[in-house]
Design a binder for this molecule. Structure first.
Ligand code: NAP
Length: 470
């Protein structure tokens, strides 16, 4: 595929081959842009912003609505591309495409809700004759840097709000999964977006991502990815707004009064969705002592029934890890935990990029699995006797994206939701429950700022005060 550069589909002599993570087969190629190309894209985005900030709201709405309709028409093509280039099974990919349509539609609706307020200036003695208000202004050029795990919808979560709020945006998609982002750009282009309001530039993060991060004309970096990359970007970003959607090792608390069937089904799905390559991955399952054995038995039986294999096979439950290096990293984290005393309950085997769904217990505090994000199909069991003990285990890490609790007791649910340190608490759902309209983001090492269309629009706009001295 070509990349979208200043309203044109552009190719370059140097290419990156896009491969299917499950067997390394070639799917397509994309241009491999260098720093000079990204600098030119920013030059054009300066002009793009002059267009976007003047684009009337009705035009933004109709472009986004039309783009959503076009994705709907090409739903299966989008799903197949996403499943081939990424790590999702075809059924997981279809769900992501459906959510992307929702994200773009909500963005269209949100355009008309960007409102200001009048300000009672006469509250200050001497200001009796002043009248005024504030409006929300787009901030300018947004640099969007995105990960491989949700290569379509997480791009839509940046592009939709940026267009809705009158900004220009340059997307640098993950090097493994640029095709879904380019397809999204294709439909927005076809829907009539004027040149350089949206550009998608493909190339290495360390080269072209760095240009976006350090160029002072880019007014916001909206980053979704690993904590290490995020922290590195923070050191170089300069005077810009920042959105940091990073990882986690989310906790699920299972109380003794829970609906056991629901708790097992939801947590198994939360643990192995997208082969655990999900920022909301249910990594640490914290189970009440009195139901530990029963929960463990049911969870492991459901895990063993998981079908791992070809992503395009309709009956597959779980696909591969993104590449060999990552699969080896996950394997080594599990090995380290076992070497230090953890007990393997099921899984623990790797074949190429496929890693079996894996469950461990008796996790020693000293292993990386206890405190880091595994970002693979691995979860750990922890035992507790009191709710406060469970909350302490949940809060003991330097992450805080979403948490979950399974209980039928209202007081327990409310207490836990107040005490858990994170951006969202799911009661009777796993940690990976999300709709695209809700505020989404983390605290502690899980990030800064919020996405979810209304909230992303807020981050991408600034108030401007207008005051009349009558
Ligand atoms: P990653 O390795 O950090 O890559 C993310 C993006 O950063 C890629 O586009 C990458 O480009 C780019 N990048 C790399 N080095 C860069 C640099 N020096 N300057 C600027 N950009 C640079 O993350 P990933 O492996 O794709 O994703 C995994 C992580 O993302 C996990 O921790 C996961 O939890 C997190 N995540 C968070 C959320 C959320 O919403 N909170 C959602 C999904 C994923 P290249 O591909 O070219 O290297």
């Amino acid at each position: 595929m070509k990349m979208l550069f200043n309203g044109e589909w552009v190719d370059l002599p140097e290419k990156r081959v896009i491969r299917n993570p499950q067997d390394g087969s070639e799917i397509d190629t994309v241009p491999l842009a260098g720093a000079d190309v990204m600098k030119s894209a920013i030059d054009y985005a300066v002009e793009g912003f002059e267009r976007s900030r003047k684009m009337p709201t009705h035009q933004r709405i109709s472009i986004l609505q039309k783009a959503a309709d076009l994705i709907q028409e090409r739903h299966e093509e989008f799903s197949q591309t996403l499943a081939k280039e990424g790590i999702k099974t075809i059924s997981e990919a279809r769900k992501e495409v459906t959510r992307c349509i929702e994200t773009i539609r909500i963005s269209a609706e949100e355009s008309r809700r960007i409102v200001g307020k009048t300000i009672p200036f006469d509250q200050m003695p001497g200001s009796e004759n002043r009248f005024g208000y504030y409006i929300r202004m787009p901030i300018g050029i947004i640099g969007a840097i995105t990960p491989f795990n949700d290569p379509l919808n997480l791009v839509a979560h940046k592009v939709g709000p940026a267009i809705a709020s009158g900004n220009a945006i340059i997307v640098k998609p993950h090097s493994h999964t640029p095709l879904s982002a380019l397809l999204l750009a294709e439909v927005i282009h076809e829907a009539g977006i004027p040149p350089a309001i949206l550009q998608v530039i493909t190339g290495r993060g360390s080269i072209i991502g760095d240009v976006l991060v350090t160029d002072p004309r880019v007014r916001m970096i909206s980053f979704t990815g690993g904590r290490g990359t995020g922290e590195d970007i923070m050191k170089r970003v300069g005077l810009k707004k920042i959105g940091m959607e990073l990882g986690s090792n989310s906790p699920v608390i299972v109380m003794d009064d829970c609906d056991m069937k629901l708790a097992v089904e939801s947590s198994v799905s939360g643990a192995f969705w997208a082969a655990g390559q999900n920022c909301l991955h249910a990594q640490r399952i914290i189970i009440h002592d009195s139901i530990y054995d029963e929960f463990s038995k049911l969870f492991i039986a459901a895990t063993k029934a998981y079908k791992v294999g070809d992503k395009l096979d309709e009956s597959t439950d779980m696909g591969p890890i993104v590449n060999d290096e990552e699969a080896t990293r996950v394997e080594n984290m599990v090995k380290e935990a076992i070497d230090k005393g953890a007990t393997l309950l099921t899984g623990g085997k790797r074949k190429g990029t496929f890693y079996d769904p894996t469950v461990l217990e008796n996790i020693p505090d000293t292993c990386s699995l206890a405190s880091d994000e595994v970002y693979g199909p691995v979860c750990t069991f922890h035992r507790f006797k009191t709710l406060d003990e469970a909350i302490d285990i949940a809060n003991s890490v330097d992450f805080g994206l979403q948490s979950a609790i399974f209980t039928n007791d209202l007081k327990t649910a409310i207490y836990a939701s107040h005490e858990l340190q994170c951006g969202g608490v799911m009661v009777n759902d796993s940690t990976d429950y999300r709709i695209d309209a809700m505020p989404f983001g983390g605290i502690k090492g899980s990030g800064l700022g919020r996405e979810g269309i209304e909230f992303a629009v807020h981050e991408m706009t600034e108030p401007k005060v207008v005051c009349f001295n009558l």
